[in-house]
Design a protein around this ligand. Structure first.
Ligand code: FEO
Length: 168
């Protein structure tokens, strides 16, 4: 059984994951309109992953006798400047999400809810992978600089990271 404090905290995380899914969907759409098919595919897949993160929380809360609440979301931006800026934004966002997961883990320890603590370990590992992936992409973008040919190759290469991300 979840305590009201844990239930509220997990419900807060549902919103964060849903919001992440929306932001990445907006990034996917923007990249697609610009004709970058690989980046768009990567971001669509990333958006789906965030929805999966949200659903895991919904199921867990309900299974543990709580009530998962689905709330309104803020509209994400429609334009993201450059790919460098977009991936910087993604990285910053993931660092924020990691901090939220850490706060949740902390609350679980204070509340002595070891079942939820155990459940959250999956998110802790996932955040390590997500931050590493975003950092890896940013490193590649820095190497490319303003080289248009480099971006064409990057758009192709990023498709390979979709399988890696989905396997994780
Ligand atoms: Fe579900 Fe990317 O954090």
């Amino acid at each position: 059984m979840l305590s009201p404090i844990i239930e509220e905290a997990l419900n807060g995380q549902i919103k964060i994951e849903a919001q992440s899914s929306q932001i990445y969907l907006a990034m996917a759409s923007w990249a697609e309109v610009l004709g970058f098919e690989g980046v768009a595919q990567f971001m669509y897949a990333h958006s789906d992953e965030e929805r999966m993160h949200m659903l895991k929380l919904v199921k867990f809360i309900n299974e543990r006798g709580g009530h998962a609440k689905i709330s309104a979301l803020d509209a994400p931006p429609t334009e993201f400047g450059s790919f460098k800026e977009m991936f910087q934004e993604l990285f910053k966002h993931e660092v924020k999400v990691s901090a939220c997961i850490n706060d949740l883990v902390d609350i679980c320890l204070k509340e002595k809810d070891y079942a939820t603590h155990n459940f959250l370990q999956w998110y802790v590992s996932e955040q390590i992978e997500e931050e590493a992936l975003a950092r890896n992409i940013l490193d590649k973008i820095k190497l490319i600089g303003d080289d248009k040919g480099g971006f064409y190759l990057f758009d192709n290469d990023i498709k390979l990271l979709i399988t890696t991300a989905n396997k994780a």
